[in-house]
Design a protein around this ligand. Structure first.
Ligand SMILES: C[S@@+](CC[C@H](N)C(=O)[O-])C[C@H]1O[C@@H](n2cnc3c(N)ncnc32)[C@H](O)[C@@H]1O
Length: 355
């Protein structure tokens, strides 16, 4: 076939031939695999803090390589590749300016997503993805196949991995915390407990917006020091407490609002139900209290990325992403009724009251 004669246009420099689905399919697959290489390149640049050195005045690859002790030619090729894919801007030969994405990957950005890059690039993630065919065989997580342990057991014996995953949780919550603080009527309550709250990033955002609130973080003991340091540097030590525990076993009473963000999907239905039962017994007969599940929910609007996130959730913690009705059923089985649904950026808040 003569591609150029029957081509109907060009995209990304390639001839498009609408009468040739196999050619379109090859281009599509090629773009998907390029996404994987783009990801590896971004992760390495973020790890080396290359994006921190790129400012509006325009910086050459040579000067960055010199400061960081990198190979200048190789760094240029990597920066050219990420610039060609919209991550930053190549302004003149071998000189680069930041873009919105490279700026968000700086280590000193208030809402930096560099932590996410460190987590996805960590060997705990990459080794687990190597096992994905096994995951499809038996449904057990890639982490279990790679290490013979659950994700949190592996992070416990690899403190540097725990740090990378914690940094990712900070990235995950930094931007959304204030939107969540505005999406729920915290002004009607006095105390809030963030279950599996990481080092307290979301709680910090909520307490800053609602100065009357007192808060708690329920987390595994490994995160205590980092969480207490984070609360102290935010000036919140007197308004927040770290509670070391396991939310599948017990959740403390005496809080008005129980939040759990991006943590229910880490667990299978049986464990989720145990968490919900623990929250239900903590709430007891006081039905003015509320339980709020904050999650990326699979729905028609966001199906393409939430269903892929479902793959990484299956692969790392071994859990699953769910639809709203799946969460609603878990809540019902755990003694709650879904009262209201709210949105905060890309997160859904399922606000439940005890029945
Ligand atoms: C995906 S992270 C979410 C963290 C935080 N809520 C956020 O949105 O950034 C899951 C969290 O669950 C915590 N976790 C794991 N097992 C736990 C358990 N048994 N009890 C309490 N927290 C647990 C982890 O330490 C981790 O911080």
């Amino acid at each position: 076939m003569n591609v150029s004669r029957s081509a109907s246009g060009r995209q990304n420099g390639r001839l498009l031939d609408e009468s040739e689905p196999a050619l379109q399919a090859r281009y599509q697959l090629n773009d998907i695999f390029c996404g994987m290489w783009l990801c590896h390149t971004i992760v390495a640049l973020a790890k080396l803090k290359v994006f921190d050195l790129i400012d509006e005045s325009g910086v050459s690859a040579e000067s960055i390589a010199c400061k960081l002790g990198l190979d200048a030619r190789m760094l240029y090729r990597a920066l050219r590749a990420v610039a060609a894919n919209g991550i930053l801007e190549e302004t003149s030969f071998r000189t680069f300016k930041p873009g919105a994405v490279s700026t968000l990957l700086r280590s000193d950005h208030r809402e930096s997503w560099r932590g996410m890059a460190l987590m996805w690039g960590h060997t705990v993630s990459t080794r687990s993805w190597e096992q994905f065919a096994e995951v499809l065989r038996d449904g057990r997580s890639g982490v279990t196949h790679a290490y013979g342990k659950t994700l949190y057991e592996q992070l416990h014996v690899e403190p540097e991995a725990m740090q990378a995953f914690s940094a990712a949780m900070i990235s995950n919550s930094a931007q959304t915390a204030k939107a969540i603080a505005a999406a729920f009527p915290f002004e009607n309550f006095s105390t809030v407990l963030d279950l599996a709250g990481g080092v307290g990033t979301m709680l910090e955002g909520i307490l800053q917006v609602h100065p009357h609130l007192f808060g708690g973080i329920l987390e595994i003991p490994d995160l205590q020091d980092a969480a207490e340091q984070a609360m102290a540097s935010a000036g919140l030590s007197k308004r927040a407490v770290f509670i070391s525990g396991d939310f599948i076993q017990r959740v403390p009473a005496d809080f008005d609002v129980y939040l759990v963000k991006n943590s229910m999907w880490n667990w299978n239905d049986a464990d989720c139900l145990s968490i919900i039962h623990c929250v239900r017994s903590a709430i007891g007969g006081a039905n003015g209290k509320r339980f709020v599940i904050i999650e990326y929910i699979i729905d028609a609007e966001n199906k393409s990325w939430t269903t892929l996130y479902d793959m990484q959730i299956a692969n790392l913690p071994g859990g699953r992403a769910r639809t709203q009705s799946e969460y609603q059923e878990l809540l019902r089985n755990g003694g709650f009724e879904l009262e209201r649904v709210a949105r905060a950026q890309d997160q859904t808040l399922l606000i439940a009251k005890p029945v």
